[in-house]
Write a protein that binds this ligand. Structure first.
Ligand code: ATP
Ligand code: MG
Length: 575
């Protein structure tokens, strides 16, 4: 039988002061409200209130997975190092991978994600096209030795993830599994009360819609996004190929201008009295094959490392010594008269632009009206700039808006990356042995709790959406004795019988303390029981989100609350 919790017994050590180590609202409030405690860097204990919310988030995730036919199961967290050698990730994953040895010196990995485990699991037993497709998942702790574990649950070294893996016979089936997951992820976010955007993620050179990240919009988010309010396009600034408005320079013959002491684009724009977008920035790098390049981009944009790596392999920016060695001059580089051996590349945003203001490759000088094709050649057009708000949407041409986001989940079409290296093949309908087509789909359950708090809080504390609140109703007894406590206890019992998640504040505390803590912990409804109300047969109900208070007749209380809470459990479907 369901029962209610008594606040006097609840293990939720609250803090009077804001913890100094917490920069983000979610981190601060989860600590203050007694939801989490730190054990060591990136390692957190979920106290009872957090654990109740986490279980609700997991349950929403589970229901949405089951709705698309994914099957829940459980693998060990500790995974066989041998698998990681087979896929090459033992070496390639880097220091984030928590490698350990057992007493016999055998290698193991504390799983940061489980592609290897699932591929090894099915490779001997998913043998025929008749068994496909299959999607399997589990919800368990993951381990990543993050360089900078921080912001509480946001970036932990141990965290809870739902990870699903789909196995298909062909691309069409993989696409179906992937599309189903996208639907499930959108519903998951909405049901958790999250305003989230599906954004195109960086997928290396593959391109196409093969990976999407689900970004909960929040100022505190680490990811920078651009999105189009008009057509719904959204992308990580690192993945977006945004067209940008490029301002043309002066038309005419190429002319050398004296620009002594100019060190930055801002200086140059000020001196020439033009916007920064009318200048051309040049950066010098050495590509993965050791070849030197000067790369020209619009003056008001930055070169993005991730995109540059796709274009130039494992490149590095030239050091001062290398610049000197190649005969280049910092602040005065450009595409015209490049030293022998140095090639010119330019961002595709500049394609079609005719009149460039560029460095002259001579200290103290720039060139006005340099024209591609006439005054110099662009050896390669590349996509390397970081998109930013105001750039044009690649789909509909409207200006893009900017936002920050917290990555709560990501879906990925893997193809045969793991099945090929691990020998996971099946017999297709044509009698041929083929590698399985795989997809993987992760949701950060614990990070989602942090994202929810980022989006749902105010000065007084957390403002939980009903669907993920640890308790839906706090019954606050203004007196911890006599008739008031008796009535409050009776009401807590009745609301519990009506199916609601109830906590009863039966403590000998001042009402002010009780209200403040109920606000801090974020329970969606507070039912206030005092002497005066009992006499009149009413109680005051406060809605945490709106702050509205209403007197509700005692005998109609259960139906008043269930009418509001039960539908809201399905989640706030944000627009
Ligand atoms: P990030 O870019 O934030 O490091 P990721 O892209 O490496 O994350 P994935 O491999 O896509 O993460 O993992 C799936 C999900 O697990 C992420 O979308 C995120 O919600 C969650 N997650 C990843 N790393 C962490 C972490 N260190 N702490 C908490 N949650 C995490
Ligand atoms: Mg990711």
């Amino acid at each position: 039988m369901k029962s209610y919790m008594k606040m006097s017994r609840l293990y939720a050590p609250t803090l009077k002061e804001d913890p100094t180590e917490a920069e983000l609202a979610s981190h601060r409030l989860l600590l203050r409200a007694g939801f989490i405690r730190k054990e060591a860097a990136g390692l957190y204990t979920y106290l009872p209130l957090a654990w109740r919310s986490i279980r609700k988030i997991e349950q929403i995730c589970r229901e949405e997975q089951e709705a698309i036919g994914s099957q829940e199961m459980m693998t060990p967290i500790l995974t066989d190092g041998e698998f990681w050698h087979q896929t090459g990730r033992w070496d390639n994953y880097g220091p984030e991978l928590m490698r350990i040895k057992d007493r016999h010196d055998r290698e193991f990995v504390l799983g940061p994600t489980h592609e290897e485990t699932y591929t090894a699991l099915v490779r001997d037993e998913l043998r025929s096209y008749k068994q496909l497709p299959v999607t399997l998942y589990h919800i368990q702790d993951k381990f990543r030795d993050e360089l900078r574990p921080r912001f509480g649950l946001m970036r932990g070294r141990e965290f809870i993830m739902k990870d699903a893996y789909s196995f298909s016979a062909d691309q069409e089936s993989l696409q179906q599994c992937y599309d189903d997951q996208k639907g499930a992820y959108a519903r998951f976010c909405a049901r958790c009360g999250l305003k989230a955007l599906p954004v195109a993620a960086d997928t290396g050179q593959i391109g196409g819609d093969t990976s999407v990240e689900y970004m909960a919009l929040a100022e505190a988010g680490e990811a920078e996004l651009v999105y189009c309010e008009d057509c719904g396009f959204a992308a990580d600034t690192e993945a977006a190929t945004a067209a940008c408005e490029v301002t043309e320079g002066v038309a005419g013959e190429m002319r050398k201008v004296e620009t002594p002491g100019i060190g930055t684009i801002a200086d140059l724009a000020a001196l020439m009295k033009v916007p920064e977008s009318a200048t051309r920035k040049a950066i010098a790098l050495v590509d993965g094959d050791g070849k030197p390049w000067v790369v020209i981009v619009p003056g008001d944009h930055e070169v993005n490392d991730v995109k540059a790596e796709h274009a130039f392999g494992s490149f590095h920016m030239m050091s001062d010594e290398e610049l000197e060695e190649y005969g280049l001059h910092k602040g005065f580089m450009g595409p015209v008269n490049l030293p022998a051996g140095v090639s010119c590349a330019a961002d595709i945003a500049l394609k079609g632009s005719e009149w460039w203001l560029v460095g002259a490759n001579q200290p103290g000088y720039h060139l006005q009206s340099a024209k591609p094709g006439r005054d110099f050649e662009v050896g390669r057009w590349v996509d390397v700039i970081t998109a930013k708000p105001g750039d044009t949407c690649p789909h509909c041409g409207k200006p893009l808006s900017g936002a920050r986001g917290i990555e709560c989940g990501q879906v990925f079409q893997l193809g045969t990356k793991y099945s090929a290296s691990m020998g996971a093949t099946f017999m297709d309908v044509d009698g041929k042995e083929k590698p399985l087509q795989m997809g993987c789909y992760g949701i950060g359950i614990s990070r989602t709790l942090a994202a929810i708090v980022e989006q749902h809080h105010d000065e007084a504390g957390i403002v939980f959406p009903v669907s993920v609140a640890p308790y839906e109703v706090a019954v606050v007894a203004l007196d911890a004795k006599g008739e008031v406590l008796e009535t409050a206890t009776d009401i807590a019992g009745r609301l519990t019988d009506a199916g609601l998640d109830v906590i009863l504040d039966d403590r000998k505390e001042r009402p002010g303390v009780k209200f403040a803590e109920a606000d801090l912990m974020g329970f969606p409804y507070q039912v206030v029981i005092g002497k005066r109300g009992i006499k009149a047969g009413v109680v005051e109900v406060k809605c945490r989100e709106t702050g509205e208070r209403e007197d509700v007749a005692l005998d109609g209380l259960a139906s008043y609350l269930t009418a509001r809470i039960v539908p809201a459990r399905q989640g706030l479907l944000t627009e």
